[in-house]
Design a protein around this ligand. Structure first.
Ligand code: GLN
Length: 304
């Protein structure tokens, strides 16, 4: 079945399912989003573009942005970043504190909150204007100048982000942050507040399906080896303690966010983004997971 047909059939099927997820309400602004939003968009390396539902509406991409901050830090600093954090799945929730104690403040991977904070610290130490330079980097991945941070979302998270404050201070206490926790947290909340539509996301992430090279201007963003490693990390750590389940049922590299978005990559084929705000108990989009499972089944294409 071709991609358009597989998307259309999966979309219709999942649209009808009862949504057993719950919207993230620990960030008050996220709770205001329409719970029935549902959008999907694919961009392939040979430039097929196809979307359904609310695929042009921007939403809060939350932890999906952690892939982009990691790309920039990895591009700038290379393999030495791995002395500050690991590449192992954590098997715990995205905001868990437990492993940091036994691991001496070295986060298991860059996609749990603790790991993303260490990456943010690296960007703060190595860029003159980190917030603007990260945004410039992200915008350069497509030609989309209207991708931006949301002050409303970042302020909303900041005012209730007690657990992230604890995580950040905890890492600092082990000496694994160069900058002050307050600075790291401010940038971390800004990162999570980035907004994009499914259409924009699938275009932003296409370079990871294209061996590290953008399609719109043929820029080698990451080397082939780094690009492969980014996909490997998404495959093993992109869904926290549901990463195994995602590999098992969907079979793509991917990353989720508590805004209900998921980006998934099939190397050499496509990037596909799906958005549905209600989350399962692991913090991943209930319908998004189901959609991608149907899609890879019907298209008979996965990385395995
Ligand atoms: N901003 C969110 C948090 O730190 C990101 C979590 C996520 O998307 N999984 O809690």
């Amino acid at each position: 079945m071709d991609y358009i047909e597989a998307i259309s059939q999966s979309y219709d099927l999942v649209l009808k399912l009862e949504d057993r997820g719950k919207i993230a309400n620990y960030i008050p602004e996220l709770a205001k989003v329409g719970p029935d939003k549902f959008g999907v968009h694919i961009t392939t390396v040979d430039q097929l573009k196809f979307g359904l539902g609310n695929y042009q509406e921007k939403f809060s991409i939350q932890s999906i942005a952690k892939v982009l901050s990691l790309c920039l830090a990895y591009k700038m600093q290379g393999e030495k970043i791995w002395s500050r954090l690991g590449v192992e799945p954590s098997g715990t929730g995205f905001n868990s504190l437990v492993q940091l104690e036994t691991d001496n403040g070295i986060p298991r991977n860059p996609f749990i909150n603790a790991g993303a904070m260490v990456i943010i610290d690296i960007l703060l130490s190595n860029l003159g204007d980190p917030k603007m330079e990260l945004l410039k980097f992200i915008r350069s991945l497509t030609n989309q100048q209207n991708i931006d941070y949301s002050r409303t979302i970042s302020n909303s998270e900041k005012s209730y982000g007690y657990r992230n404050v604890a995580l950040c201070n905890f890492i600092k206490s082990f000496g694994n942050l160069e900058n002050e926790p307050e600075e790291v947290l401010n940038f971390y909340f800004d990162l999570c507040s980035l907004e994009a539509s499914c259409e924009q996301l699938s275009e932003l992430f296409l370079f990871l399906a294209n061996n590290g090279k953008t399609k719109h201007d043929n820029t080698q963003i990451l080397s082939l080896s780094k690009s492969k490693r980014m996909n490997a990390l998404m495959q093993t750590c992109g869904f926290y303690d549901e990463s195994g389940e995602f590999a098992f049922k969907v079979g793509l590299a991917g990353k989720s966010g508590v805004g209900g978005g998921i980006i998934a990559i099939h190397p050499n084929q496509y990037a596909i983004a799906v958005w549905s705000p209600k989350l399962n108990e692991k913090g991943n989009s209930f319908k998004g997971m189901r959609f991608l499972e149907e899609f890879t089944t019907l298209s008979q294409q996965s990385i395995f």
